[in-house]
Design a protein around this ligand. Structure first.
Ligand code: RRO
Length: 310
């Protein structure tokens, strides 16, 4: 599926996702009121990475409640409705609760609580404030019985992952999506010696292929602490079927595509799925052949008549 924030803000973009090979529709993080976001230029893609400081541009949660209703109605009738995941971000605890209560009465299937937006100047990334997350989670869990998950920032410290996992397990959070873009990063345009993007003195969230090892490490660690009790959606640097395969192998139950979707467009879902299918087909063949050979060696006395190569 798409990562939150990528080609998922306007109704026509959501409709394109509904018609695509994406397994679900993730909607741009909603705030209480509509927002224009940060001044441009605010996104730059380079060969192995992207940097952005979008600043939460979105139409406000009430508009998304209407968009989702329209999508569900239209695609349920056509018989190919898919899960819709909304993403929420409040500037205060009260706002998070209002958003959760709002979507509780919507047709959204799941709520991804964004605890990791890197681009709100002067605001701490709440995912790094474990006590704050614990307090918020208890109230959020009471505000909605929709499937509830966290969008987490990258953790470079294993102990934080262990502690966050305890909060998740103690509060019946059902999925985690990791990771959001890497905060506080800066890339300079060699032609101008100035940052590529304008907001926040050029600093923003890093995405793209280069962040895959950090994302994969976080997924593997969360998989260790959460066991099989909480679903994990892996995101960060996925651009091929092999990337998706690595995430699935090391603990993810599903994956999201961010920068690659932004760059390639809607066709990326079918392509990545096809590449993944091909890898799985080859691996399955390899496993099947090894098992057959082992069983044959174990149970069948070798002779010319039943030789394997024959
Ligand atoms: O809109 C953004 O600037 C943004 C968000 Br809400 C987020 O969660 N992650 C990100 O990299 N950018």
């Amino acid at each position: 599926m798409n990562a939150a924030g990528i080609r998922d803000t306007d109704y026509n973009e959501l409709e394109l996702l509904a018609q695509s090979d994406s397994g679900a529709i993730v909607v741009k993080t909603s705030t209480i009121l509509p927002r224009q976001g940060n001044p441009e230029p605010r996104y730059k893609s380079l060969s192995t990475m992207s940097i952005q400081s979008m600043g939460l541009p979105n139409h406000g949660y009430k508009t998304y409640i209407r968009y989702i209703e329209r999508l569900k109605e239209k695609y349920e009738k056509q018989g190919h409705s898919k899960p819709i995941i909304v993403s929420i971000a409040g500037f205060t605890e009260k706002e998070y609760l209002t958003l959760a209560e709002g979507f509780q009465h919507s047709k959204a299937d799941m709520i991804e609580v964004n605890l990791s937006c890197p681009n709100i100047v002067g605001k701490r990334i709440i995912g790094y404030d474990l006590k704050g997350v614990d307090d918020l989670t208890k109230k959020l869990r009471l505000a909605t019985d929709k499937v509830l998950g966290f969008k987490l920032p990258p953790y470079l410290d294993e102990v934080m992952i262990e502690k966050m996992s305890k909060i998740i397990l103690n509060n019946n959070i059902e999925f985690v999506t990791c990771i959001n873009s890497i905060p506080n990063t800066l890339i300079i345009d060699p032609a101008t010696d100035k940052p590529w993007i304008k907001p926040n003195k050029g600093k923003g969230g890093l995405g793209g292929r280069c962040i895959k090892p950090i994302a994969l490490g976080n997924v593997a660690s969360f998989c260790h602490y959460l066991k099989d009790k909480v679903s994990i959606i892996g995101v960060g640097g996925i651009s091929t079927g092999k990337d998706a395969y690595d995430f699935l192998l090391y603990g993810a139950d599903a994956v999201q595509v961010g920068t690659q979707f932004m760059e390639e467009g809607i066709g990326c879902f079918a392509r990545i799925q096809k590449e993944l299918d091909e890898i799985l087909r080859k691996k399955t063949l390899k496993i099947a052949t090894t098992c057959r050979r082992r069983n044959a060696e174990r149970f069948t006395p070798y002779n010319e008549e039943n030789s394997f190569t024959k």
